[in-house]
Design a protein around this ligand. Structure first.
Ligand SMILES: [Zn+2]
Length: 450
């Protein structure tokens, strides 16, 4: 690997230039900004590295960029999942540099997408380049699936995967995100929570009326508040019948992993100005809840007059946006069905439910040999034992790969706690980026020998 590492060090500047170029191409999926151009740029970068690349299109949605390079030595295949879309950069006034400038300063590349996910994507492409340029070819088959809708919940990925099942087959996959903590320990993630997003709408009279009519006219805001209050009690227990069906407590192995996760509890409380977490949870119990507890969250509420001063009005409609974060064995469709049933039973069949995105919870077992392989490679490259998260509190379309295509998936990447993912001043430390390229090169080498 020394020769590959040397190549990486010698070409670091050109790798950074390519990353800057990709960051400079806006690709905000929430606004449909620059998506086609960004997909073409990713395809061009893949071709430049020496991959066979093509753009896959579904009936709707942003294109998926697919890339592959075959090995002559083996049929073993490693797949990389990444995304070229980014979160909206707002609030713009909080950025030190233009979010699409790709400004290089104090050892970092700044910009929306610098880490999530363009930095991770480029680190992988460059690892393949380094390996091919030094060894002449890759030691295993490599596939890239780079989608353009991850930040909006991947609503159109499933049909594309189902249509191109063969193309997406692999023995294992490396997911899009990860990084090191402040002590240089690599963090690996073996799963994701699922999510179900809905909007609840209450509609009563045909129009808003004077609140003097309150003894007679139903109030949509009250209807909605009453309905919402039946969903969860003050101890955070979700009251929908059957909500917790199938939910398993973490296994002994998973508990073992949890105990090794550094949880920055004090920092988080300080950052948020909170004296304590919900239910007074702390330490191991707080971390366990964060990763293994399913939730019901009100994301937003809207009804009636919310302007300056007062207005004696009785609102005709009200709406709330909610998300349910789900853990393995819960299914978004079943939860939706149980939610409908719950509202009916509670006397709220008038409340309309609109479903938005959903993804299934997913995990690869701690005992899967691929987990051991990634952890060992990470330990070798970073010089520190890997921290393993059996599940992550976030969500994504990992289930399409793990459950539908059926191979183990582990997430690892080149982020850092100060990367400001999804926030202003997102940045990638150049040192982490180059280390990330080496990690990927080492991983494909170890995967071939595995
Ligand atoms: Zn993201």
């Amino acid at each position: 690997m020394d020769e590959v590492y040397r190549y990486i060090d010698e070409h670091a500047d050109s790798f950074i230039e390519d990353l800057v170029r990709l960051v400079r191409q806006p690709s905000v999926s929430a606004k449909g900004e620059g998506m086609e151009d960004c997909a073409k740029l990713v395809e061009e970068m893949m071709l430049k590295v020496g991959l066979n690349a093509r753009i896959l299109r579904g009936e709707r949605g942003n294109p998926v960029v697919y890339g592959e390079v075959k090995s002559e030595k083996t049929t073993k295949t490693l797949l990389f999942y990444n995304h070229y879309d980014v979160q909206p950069p707002e609030p713009l006034e909080e950025w030190k540099y233009d979010p699409f400038s790709g400004k290089v300063a104090d050892g970092k590349v700044y910009g929306r997408g610098a880490v999530d996910n363009k930095g991770n994507l480029v680190s992988r492409l460059k690892a393949i380049q380094a390996y091919m340029e030094t060894a002449g070819s890759v030691p295993v088959n490599i596939k890239f699936v780079v989608e353009g809708e991850e930040e909006i919940g991947s609503p159109n990925l499933e049909p594309i995967i189902k249509k191109h099942r063969r193309l997406f087959s692999a023995d294992a996959a490396l997911w899009e995100f990860g990084g090191t903590d402040r002590h240089g320990r690599p963090h690996l993630y073996l799963g994701l929570k699922g999510v179900l997003s809905v909007e609840l709408r209450a509609k009563c009279a045909l129009k808003d009326v004077h609140s003097a009519n309150a003894p007679l006219i139903p109030n949509a805001a009250w209807r909605l508040v009453w309905a919402l209050s039946t969903l969860k009690d003050k101890n955070e227990k979700i009251l929908i019948e059957g909500f917790y069906d199938g939910v398993q407590p973490p296994s002994d192995e998973e508990i073992g992993c949890l105990k090794n996760i550094p949880f920055e509890e004090k920092e988080l409380k300080e950052e948020l100005g909170l004296k304590q977490f919900l239910r007074g949870l702390s330490g191991f119990e707080a971390l366990k809840a964060l990763l293994f507890q399913p939730t019901c969250t009100i994301n937003g509420l809207l009804s009636g007059y919310t302007g300056k001063g007062s207005k004696t009005v009785l609102p005709r409609e009200a709406m709330a946006k909610l998300d349910f974060r789900l853990v393995p064995n819960q299914k978004p469709n079943e939860i939706l069905r149980k939610l409908k049933r719950h509202l009916e039973v509670q006397g709220f069949s008038d409340i309309e439910i609109v479903q938005y995105g959903s993804t299934e919870p997913v995990k690869t077992p701690v005992s899967d040999p691929f987990v051991g392989l990634v952890a060992k490679t990470a330990e070798k490259v970073y010089g520190n034992k890997a921290v393993i998260y059996p599940l992550s509190a976030g969500s994504g379309p990992m289930h399409l790969f793990r459950n539908l295509l059926g191979f183990p998936v582990v997430s690892a990447g080149c982020g850092h706690p100060e990367s400001n993912t999804h926030a202003p001043n997102e940045n990638l430390r150049i040192e982490s980026f180059i280390k990330g390229v080496k990690f990927i090169a080492a991983l494909i080498d170890d995967f071939a020998k595995w």
